[in-house]
Design a protein around this ligand. Structure first.
Ligand SMILES: NC(=O)c1ccc[n+]([C@@H]2O[C@H](COP(=O)([O-])OP(=O)(O)OC[C@H]3O[C@@H](n4cnc5c(N)ncnc54)[C@H](O)[C@@H]3O)[C@@H](O)[C@H]2O)c1
Length: 373
């Protein structure tokens, strides 16, 4: 088993999630590479404290440059607010390291394009985080769509809903501020998740109309005062894409105000001969449509049939920490040349394509019309 030495920049929500995924790598039975967390950098010294429980993580610094200069780091994972993406991603590349970037891959489309160009110049291995397609149900959706079983595709819906912004007493954080999250708001926050599979299947939007909604204009700031919140919280993006020789409606839904939803990622594809739908609200369940003399929606429990094999029994349920691990296995195995036809992480090109959709959606909202891409 080869060792890949990883440094994390940004030890917040996602930095810790990734570190804990590495800590149970022994779950894999067919991995050829093991990640070892050697360093973490965060501007906030308090965020570093948590990483002291990981023995291999010997460099804990408030200076990202120190992590980037370390010869104990081969790959850097960066999980910081979106206004910091471009500077840190390009510094990782200049330091000669490979990169697993977080979505949305820059604060806006021009930033994403500059990062993509820097990646191409550097020759480094770079991918963008998007873990939901690694659910077994999502993998089956991709296989089914490629199989031709759909017949003529009639409609595609792909989205991500959560509801934590419904509570007006929830304190504001950087994700509610355009200066830090980007003008795209929920598009930047959730959009890569909704776009990843349609883009991977080659279903790029050609025209779109967007409906964007804002949430509460102010929230508690967590320090006894209030903070102004100016981001879009919900986005419905109605697109036309081209599949075969047909124009097909593709709807992308990104909501931070979705009553009842916690972290529900979903995709549904309907065709003349078949159909398929999966939601993480039912993480092991897959629904497949069959048209015969009678029409059927069939439901099956898939269990733990992940792309990268683990010790977890096949009857169990997959969850968020599992697909984070699966995504990292895909990153490390593809980097090592061992992906062997399995689903790879989102590419810089796919991340830029998602930003093209977000930019067109913002323009559509502003101008109230259909935009061509
Ligand atoms: N893939 C997913 O499912 C998923 C889920 C949540 C967030 N994200 C993405 O992860 C990234 C981080 O989000 P989060 O929720 O972990 O944020 P967070 O606020 O929980 O953590 C961000 C951390 O970065 C640190 N930081 C800020 N600027 C820095 C800098 N210049 N150098 C070093 N550290 C710095 C902060 O102190 C904080 O500890 C974002 O791009 C977000 O979109 C992805």
């Amino acid at each position: 088993m080869k060792i890949a030495r990883i440094g994390i920049i940004g030890g917040g929500l996602m930095g810790r999630e990734i570190a804990s995924a590495f800590a149970r790598w022994c779950a894999f039975t067919d991995a050829t590479v093991t990640p070892q967390l050697t360093a973490v950098a965060d501007l906030n010294p308090a965020a570093l404290e948590w990483f002291s429980q990981i023995p291999s993580c010997t460099l804990r610094t408030t200076h990202p440059a120190e992590l980037l200069a370390s010869d104990q780091v081969d790959i850097v994972y960066v999980a910081v607010p979106h206004d910091q993406h471009e500077a840190l991603y390009t510094q990782v590349l200049s330091a000669g390291k490979d990169l697993l970037a977080e979505k949305p891959f820059g604060i806006d489309l021009p930033a994403a394009r500059r990062i993509r160009d820097a990646v191409e110049r550097s020759g480094r291995f770079v991918r963008c985080s998007s873990e939901m397609p690694f659910f077994p149900g999502a993998q089956r959706v991709v296989e089914y769509a490629k199989s031709g079983a759909l017949g003529r595709v009639l409609e595609v819906v792909s989205g991500f809903h959560h509801s934590s912004d419904l509570d007006p007493s929830k304190a504001a954080n950087w994700k509610r501020l355009s200066a830090k999250c980007g003008e795209g708001g929920a598009l930047n926050d959730l959009g890569m998740h909704a776009c990843h599979i349609p883009l991977r299947l080659g279903w790029k939007p050609q025209r779109l109309f967007a409906q964007l909604q804002k949430g509460y204009p102010q929230r508690p700031d967590g320090k006894g005062g209030t903070a102004a919140c100016d981001t879009w919280d919900n986005a419905l993006v109605h697109c036309w894409t081209s599949i075969g020789s047909e124009d097909v409606p593709l709807r992308l839904e990104m909501k931070r105000l979705a009553p009842g939803a916690t972290n529900s990622w979903f995709i549904e594809i309907l065709g003349t001969d078949g159909g398929i739908r999966f939601t993480t609200a039912e993480p092991k369940t897959l629904h497949v449509f069959e048209r015969g003399k009678e029409q059927w929606w069939k439901r099956t429990d898939l269990g733990f049939t992940t792309p990268f094999k683990t010790v977890t029994g096949g009857i169990f349920e997959p969850g968020f920490p599992d697909v984070i691990q699966q995504m990292w296995a895909a990153f490390l195995e593809e980097r090592a040349g061992n992906l062997n036809g399995r689903f790879g992480c989102a590419t810089p090109e796919e991340a830029v394509a998602s930003h093209e959709i977000f930019a067109a959606a913002l323009a559509s909202q502003k101008e109230g019309r259909v935009m061509a891409l």
